[in-house]
Structures are given as C-alpha cells and as structure tokens.
Design a protein around this ligand. Sequence first.
Ligand code: SF4
Length: 171
Amino acid sequence: MLKTLRKIGSIGIISEPPPAPDPLLRVRERLDEKIRAVLGRALCIRHVDAGSCNGCELEIQALNNPLYNMEGLGIRFVASPRHADLLLVTGPVSRNMETALRRTYEATPDPKLVVAVGDCGCTGGIFGESYATRGPVSNVIPVDVAVPGCPPSPTRILQGILTAISSRGKL
Ligand code: SF4
C-alpha cells in the first residue's frame, strides 16, 4: 500500500485538461431566457433564400441537428411569413427575388425582425451589385442584425438571432 502511495505521489495527477469553455452553451442559455422573457412562446422564423450559393443554408440546416437543438430552445421555422416573428435572409438579393423578398417582408406582421446571414446578405459578398443582383439585403428591406461570415457558423447565427431579440426588448 505504501509503495502504491509513493508511486502515486511521484507521478502526480495525470489527466486530460478540462474542456475549453463552449461559447455555444452560453449563447443557448441566454437565447432560451430571452425568448421566454420577450415572447413567452416559440420564436417563429421564416427563412428566405434571396439568391445564396446554399453554403449559408447548410449552416442554418445544422441548427436543427441534435447538437444545436434549435427546437429545444423554442425556435422553429414556419412556412408562411404571416406566422413569423423574424425573417432570416441569406444571399445577395438577386433581381429575380427582389419583389418576392419585399412581399415577404410586407406579409410579416409587425413588429418584425430581420437578420441578414452571410457576407452576401450583409454586403453583397463576392457577388456585389450587378445586372443580376441588388447586393445586400439592406438594399431591399430594413435589416436589424447582420451576421457576417462565408458562411457563418451555426453558433454565430444563433448569436445574431439573440442580438436581434435583445435589441427589440418586447416584440
Ligand atoms: S456568404 Fe458565402 S456561403 Fe453564404 S451565400 Fe454567400 S458565398 Fe455562399
């Protein structure tokens, strides 16, 4: 026994370092609190692809997986803008989608929030403004929060949603 204790004493504690803090957990916790405080029910999001390459859509899709578990936070995607609290818009706005985006915005009940996702949604990105595209989402409808990145990670998208809800206080 003494031999074993001496051995333990000479080796010391050997174990893996503790895991680094996960920013996702903090964002999830604050988002959960905010949604309950501001809405008192689920946050309904209408996603609009205004002309993206689908890279941003892959990250948005990841919000539904078991890791990000968006539905567990009380956030869900809805098919109609008439049921939505928030529009999540990706891509530079192509000329073909300009009218559809504007109509979607008008069909969303007030007070409404708009989050532009990705470099293309924020600034026009690599597509810019041209004969085919109007550029950033803010050129077509008012934007509350812009989430840069090409594409932004699911955590950053959640942060953008949190910022949008926090900025409005009471919807
Ligand atoms: S920001 Fe990047 S990933 Fe998103 S639509 Fe633009 S090019 Fe695609």
